[in-house]
Write a protein that binds this ligand. Structure first.
Ligand code: SF4
Length: 250
């Protein structure tokens, strides 16, 4: 059997609904662009560019300047996006408010970011290759490592933070295993409601994340071997592009 390529988003698909995982990862069915995903991509690219500027130029005005330029590049790359955004003013206003929220949470002039869109990867067993892209990884002059992920949606309700932190624990595990350095801080920056969820990872938490991801990997391998991907109906079905062809709804 081929090595299984795992990422936090594909694991998330499988735990949400094995059939959704199959449509995306096995059948690789195309999906139309989603407005929320494209907005997220736009904001991520602006924040990535921002840290390429000298520290004193990392201002909200610079971020606003990047907005139409970055959007034009995105549309050039995917022309169908122009028909997705019906009200351009509303679209830019919403993006602008997310950037404002970012500047209310962090001052990018006060620190240097070491990596943006850092690709972390590792073969974690004979059967599983794990990888992912980290939005931002900062190494302080003291050597302490902070892993940061931007979310353009709203923060999870109380009690759901642990689930949200799993993705960052997977990245922390990869960094720890590859570099031998345990990251000091994990930070989820929610621009939708201006909130930061923080966690100081422990070795025990990362080892537990490793057990969980190995278990999910084994479940996926079993599903592939038996070609059995059950549907799992939930509220997510209302946002699932494949609902029209999904056996659970037909
Ligand atoms: S519609 Fe629901 S049950 Fe069907 S694939 Fe999508 S998430 Fe799964």
């Amino acid at each position: 059997m081929e090595t299984l390529r795992l990422s936090p988003s594909r694991m998330n698909d499988f735990t949400n609904c094995p059939q959704l995982y199959k449509y995306r990862a096995i059948d690789q069915l195309p999906e139309p662009p989603s407005i929320d995903a494209e907005r997220g991509k736009l904001i991520h690219s602006i924040l990535e560019d921002l840290f390429e500027l000298p520290a004193n130029n990392r201002t909200i005005e610079s971020a606003r300047d990047l907005l139409p330029k970055r959007w034009a590049m995105q549309v050039l790359d995917k022309p169908e996006l122009s028909s997705l955004v019906l009200d351009e003013k509303e679209w830019f206003d919403r993006a602008d408010s997310l950037l404002k929220n970012y500047f209310s949470l962090e001052n990018p002039q006060t620190f240097e970011s070491t990596y943006r869109e850092l690709h972390l990867e590792r073969t974690i067993s004979d059967e599983i290759y794990l990888h992912g892209y980290v939005d931002r990884l900062d190494i302080a002059p003291t050597g302490e490592v902070r892993i940061v992920d931007y979310k353009t949606g709203k923060s999870p309700k109380p009690g759901w933070e642990e689930k949200a932190l799993f993705q960052l624990r997977v990245y922390a595990l990869l960094y720890w295993k590859n570099q031998g350095v345990l990251p000091k801080l994990l930070q989820l920056i929610y621009l939708g409601d201006s909130r930061i969820v923080k966690s100081e990872p422990t070795e025990a938490q990362l080892k537990s994340a490793e057990k969980v991801l190995n278990a999910i990997g084994q479940e996926i391998l079993t599903a592939i071997e038996s070609n059995h991907f059950p549907t799992k109906k939930s509220r997510l079905c209302d946002w699932c592009f494949f609902k029209a062809i999904c056996p659970a709804h037909n």
